[in-house]
Design a protein around this ligand. Structure first.
Ligand code: THU
Length: 129
């Protein structure tokens, strides 16, 4: 799975978004250490605070199917801007992969690479181990 392919999977996953309130459709593709890709899209709710981001859908799908190690995540939205994971998603991702590679993409499939530890330095941990 190349970075380009993972970004394409994130872009394709946008078609699963349910975003009638914001109109902002996001797709994510999470690469597990065993090579499996888990995709996700944002799912909104009339009670806005119950909405969930694409990244968390992807990670919850993966973890609920037994995956615990991840090597990269691609996230894509519409428009020209590179889609950056929100703070809540950063914390959830840090639970499993504190220094995950992140590919932040725009609607054209252009992307910028960074790492989770850069976006969320000194993430909260219950224990220091
Ligand atoms: N959203 C995501 O899916 N991922 C992010 O990292 C940021 C925001 C979604 C949540 C909501 O459905 C819409 O984008 C607008 O905030």
């Amino acid at each position: 799975m190349t970075d380009r392919e993972l970004v394409e999977r994130a872009l394709a996953a946008r078609s699963g978004a349910y975003a009638p309130y914001s109109g902002f459709e996001v797709g994510a593709a999470l690469l597990a250490a065993d090579g499996t890709v888990y995709t996700g899209a944002n799912i909104e709710n009339a009670s806005y605070g119950l909405s969930i981001c694409a990244e968390r859908v992807a990670v919850f799908k993966a973890v609920s199917e037994g995956r615990r190690e991840f090597t990269a995540l691609a996230v894509a939205s519409g428009g020209d801007d590179y889609c950056r994971p929100c703070g809540a998603c950063r914390q959830v991702l840090a639970e499993f992969a504190p220094d995950l590679r992140l590919l932040m993409a725009n609607a054209r499939g252009d992307f910028r690479e960074t790492r989770l530890a850069e976006l969320l330095p000194e993430a909260f941990r219950l224990r220091s181990t």
